[in-house]
Design a protein around this ligand. Structure first.
Ligand SMILES: [Mn+2]
Length: 358
């Protein structure tokens, strides 16, 4: 069934006569539109794509199921445009994305709409995006492949004395050269004691002999994202670094070996959590195994000690246990995987044994 048909069916169940979308990824998922600054109003009575002169031609090419409405932003407010459609089609209620619309936009539209009830909705499109179809999985695979190759190239040139920012730039440049539209999120490439900060920012700190280096990054390919983390050592590892690394590795391997359709987010999280608990690292762990990934870098399902999201065949998620010891350092190892009926297929293929870069 077409994505728009699945959406209209869902709207009918919820009693929605129309739905206004402003989230860029939800708009892309429903219409195929790859640009920004545009909106969708959809109802059984019509599918309208509201944009302006900058994107009209692109929208007509990409959003073949939709009637493209070019709004003159100088003379017509978004609310007036929405109001006209609702009036012309005798639509009496309009759902909006409560998790994405901002207060000003909602207030402005409400001020212009004369006779329709506004209904907050949550997660309607996200539910459709929860599992990925074959085409989406292929795009994520390609994004993972680009990341694997870009990382292998980085390892050839990274050396003591290079700054974190220089190494991060090298990695991002590699991904672009390999066909990525861009990084899937701000690249994390941190070293030494800074590796205790799960989302530390690459800086002009030089990478030193004996440092842990944590690299958490991904590529975007045709809108779809990959996410991978590897932690390695520069030059020489000490015993405590090796002990921590091997514990996180065992936890990560336990998670990818045990994860499968039917588990809750909590059950999946426990796969890694119990290894870290046994080794005395749980207190300093991230306490979250991972997240879904697709058009967004973080999307449902999530996996953590309280999460009841249920994994389904076709969910694409990350398995990324980590331990972060303030002032000392940390280790995270992460793969992107697609959930299958009885396990998972790992899409990121960079080796995970402790790597010591000489
Ligand atoms: Mn991640």
């Amino acid at each position: 069934m077409k994505r728009t048909e699945r959406l209209l069916k869902k709207m009918e169940e919820l009693g929605l006569e129309s739905l206004f979308l402003n989230n860029v990824q939800n708009i892309r998922y429903i219409s195929g539109y790859t640009g920004t600054d545009s909106y969708i109003l959809i109802s059984p009575k019509g599918k309208w794509f509201i944009t302006d002169y900058r994107y009209t031609e692109q929208a007509k090419n990409e959003c073949v199921e939709f009637e493209v409405i070019e709004r003159n932003r100088q003379t017509t407010t978004l609310g007036q445009c929405v109001n006209q459609i609702l009036k012309d089609n005798n639509i009496k209620n309009i759902g909006f994305e409560r998790d994405h619309i901002n207060y000003g936009m909602l207030e402005d539209i409400k001020n212009d709409v004369e006779a329709a009830d506004f209904i907050p909705t949550s997660g309607i499109i996200e539910e459709l995006r929860y599992t990925k179809d074959e085409e989406e999985i292929q795009l994520i695979k390609k994004a993972c492949e680009i990341a694997d190759k870009a990382f292998a190239e980085l390892l050839k040139v990274i050396k003591v004395g290079m700054t974190e920012a220089e190494a991060a730039l090298e990695l991002e440049y590699n991904m672009r050269k390999l066909g990525a539209e861009g990084p899937a999120f701000d690249t994390i490439l941190i070293s030494g004691a800074k590796t205790s900060m799960p989302h530390g920012i690459p800086s002009d700190k030089k990478i030193e002999h004996g440092d842990f280096v944590t690299v958490d990054f991904g590529a975007i390919y045709k809108g779809y994202r990959s996410d991978m983390t590897r932690t390695f050592i520069m030059g020489e590892a000490n015993d405590e670094q090796i002990r921590l690394y091997n514990s996180v590795l065992e936890a990560q391997v336990a998670s990818v070996e045990g994860i499968k359709a039917g588990l809750t987010g909590k059950e999946a999280d426990d796969l890694a959590g119990k290894v870290l608990e046994r080794d005395g690292y749980y207190e300093h762990s991230g306490k979250s195994l991972g997240h879904g990934i697709g058009l967004d870098v973080h999307e449902k399902p999530f996996m953590n000690p309280i999460c009841q999201d249920v994994l389904k065949e076709g969910c694409v998620v990350t398995c990324e246990p980590g331990v972060y010891i303030p002032g000392w350092g940390g280790v995270r190892i992460e793969d992107t995987v697609v959930i299958t009926a009885d396990g998972c297929e790992i899409l990121t293929h960079t080796p995970k044994e402790l790597l010591i870069v000489k």
